[in-house]
Design a protein around this ligand. Structure first.
Ligand code: CDP
Length: 201
């Protein structure tokens, strides 16, 4: 079974997806971590992300590894958020990442989180959730996580939202059969309970 959780930055996808996976005993897939890791490898090697998207070895789990090296922390920086969003606009990069994600999701029970899980990666998912929240509270959450200024996060987030939503390939948008949840005034537990309820239905 696949549960798809999509939405913009800071809507709570990661915490919600992790928590739903834990409660159900499913495996958690962070597709954004793949784009971040490809972007990191490309920056380090001074090449375009598409040049290595097919060839690099990314391992996901409790830690994220690039060719065996632990990059879990490094890929969370604002610099890598920006680089990942640029890399993700390239159709060659997307094709490589989507193929990898589909291979993983083909067996077992998953909670997969990203931008295009319900629309492209796993349109057959049994449950699709699209999380949103107002931009200011998304920026506040992210600023708290990173310990940086919320105004700076808001400006960078607006740029990234705009790029993710308007790119030609797999733009960020809810699947037609996704359940929309606005998390602005909900706690993590309320969102998780809601999704567990939907799974039960
Ligand atoms: O955690 P946050 O939402 O800030 O970012 P993320 O999920 O780690 O994704 C980083 C970037 O990768 C996003 O801005 C998207 O451009 C891209 N991405 C994507 O295009 N498709 C996905 N399934 C996941 C991420």
């Amino acid at each position: 079974m696949v549960i798809a959780i999509d939405g913009p930055a800071g809507a709570g996808k990661s915490s919600v997806a992790r928590s739903v996976a834990e409660r159900l005993g499913f495996t958690y897939l962070d597709s954004g971590a793949m784009y971040r890791t490809v972007a990191l490898a490309a920056l380090e090697q001074g090449v375009e992300p598409a040049a290595l998207a097919d060839a690099i070895r990314i391992e996901l789990g409790d830690r994220v590894r690039l060719e065996g090296r632990d990059v879990t922390r490094e890929i969370r920086s604002p610099r890598l958020s920006e680089a990942a969003s640029r890399a993700a606009a390239d159709p060659l990069v997307r094709a490589a990442m989507v193929a990898h994600q589909r291979r993983l999701l083909s067996e077992g029970d998953w909670v997969a989180e990203g931008r295009d899980i319900g629309t492209v990666v796993a349109p057959q998912a049994e449950l699709k959730v699209f999380l949103t929240a107002d931009p200011a509270s998304r920026a506040r959450r992210r600023a708290r996580e990173l310990g940086i200024d919320a105004r700076q996060v808001l400006a960078e987030q607006a740029l990234r939202d705009q790029r993710d939503a308007t790119r030609a390939h797999s733009p960020l948008q809810p699947a037609s059969d996704a359940v929309l949840i606005d998390t602005t005034s909900l706690t993590l537990d309320q969102v998780v309970d809601r999704i567990i309820g939907l799974v039960a239905e």
